[in-house]
Design a protein around this ligand. Structure first.
Ligand code: BTN
Length: 326
């Protein structure tokens, strides 16, 4: 396990891919910045200094026959979370299939690529970087926890070390225990999601991650499992009313993983604006509900006032939650 550090690369994944013959198992390429960082599904990974931007190599061994490499992102995610737990205790979660979450926001993402027998495990972690205001409602950086700077090489080495241990556990037949650990930190569990897998689109409530590493979704009373797919958070325009219960409902929906966009229709004083900030929701001030629906291609909460999970909340329970915002 050797660590190669660079100031700037186009992409640590690309660099390692191009030079992969020169690298050995668990070697790491770390860059302070990237000019063409890659995300999953051909997305761009916007890189800035302060992020942990690295790729390490996992080489397929001849003897490993019963290994399912589709499980790699799950194992990498758990390894990163084990590493974070050693560095700064918090409630990190794993969002199937490839993301690390904290406080309901993305802390990092994983991109696994394959060339012949080489798996290139690319990880982007928000560590010392500041999250830009526009995405503060969906992304978080580790430094927000303790307002301290972390050593990126130390974190990176810890992640890869944790992965090495975990991979050993997995290849020696301890998948069951690992899966239990992953399910304990399953961010999507119990949440209502929409999932796109190829041409298929389903909506439902997430159950466990199963033995195959697939996500199970309860939809129309049946459990369906998916080996891959993109979990899309349903988008909801929420016309906020100037009462604390309305706040509580927006909060509950956000916690249930909806992508809530607040549409402010009436007059709101500064005090309310401050409260809104604490929810980290996207806010639209000067457009009508119809315009917001069009702009975000989203449905309106007014058409679904009892949408899951609110259907399970009594007025009383909502009032109780609302007290949090007083
Ligand atoms: C995702 O969430 O879509 C995965 C993002 C992976 C980004 C990392 S940054 C280091 C490595 N190099 C890349 O070009 N991508 C990965």
């Amino acid at each position: 396990m050797a660590l190669y550090q660079f100031d700037v690369l186009d992409s640590t994944n690309e660099y390692m891919k191009e030079n992969r013959k020169k690298f050995q198992d668990y070697d790491i390429v770390l860059a302070k910045n990237q000019t063409a960082g890659k995300g999953r599904r051909g997305n761009i990974w916007i890189s800035t200094e302060g992020m942990g931007l690295f790729t390490f190599l996992v080489r397929k061994q001849e003897k490993e026959e019963n290994i399912n490499y589709m499980k790699l992102p799950l194992l990498v995610g758990l390894a990163a979370i084990r590493a974070f737990q050693k560095i700064k205790k918090a409630e990190y979660q794993f969002k199937w299939t490839n993301d690390i979450y904290l406080q309901g926001k993305k802390l990092g993402g994983i991109l696994v690529e394959r060339r012949e027998n080489d798996f290139l495990i690319g990880i982007g972690l928000n560590i010392n970087n500041q999250i830009p205001l526009e995405i503060k409602h969906i992304a978080i950086s580790l430094q927000e926890l303790g307002e301290q700077e972390y050593s990126i090489p130390d974190i990176v080495l810890e992640v890869v070390e944790q992965f090495r241990t975990l991979w050993k556990e997995y290849t020696s037949g301890n998948w069951k225990e690992i899966l239990t650990e992953i399910n304990k930190i399953n961010y999507l569990y119990g949440k209502r999601v929409a999932l796109r897998a190829g041409n298929l689109f389903i909506e439902g409530i997430v159950q466990q991650i199963n033995n195959e590493g697939e996500i199970e979704i309860m939809s129309d009373g049946k459990i369906k499992s998916f080996a891959m797919g993109e979990v899309i958070r349903e988008r909801l325009i929420f016309p906020l009313e100037a009462n604390i219960e309305s706040f509580a409902k927006a909060y509950i929906l956000k916690e249930a993983s909806y992508d809530v966009i607040i549409c402010l229709v009436g007059e709101f004083n500064e005090n309310w604006m401050e409260k809104l900030e604490t929810l980290h929701l996207k806010v639209e001030k000067n457009i009508s509900l119809e315009e917001a629906m069009k702009k975000y291609q989203a449905k309106s909460f007014l058409d679904f006032p009892n949408i899951f999970p609110l259907e399970n909340y009594s007025e009383e329970r909502i009032k109780k939650i609302a007290k949090m915002f007083v």
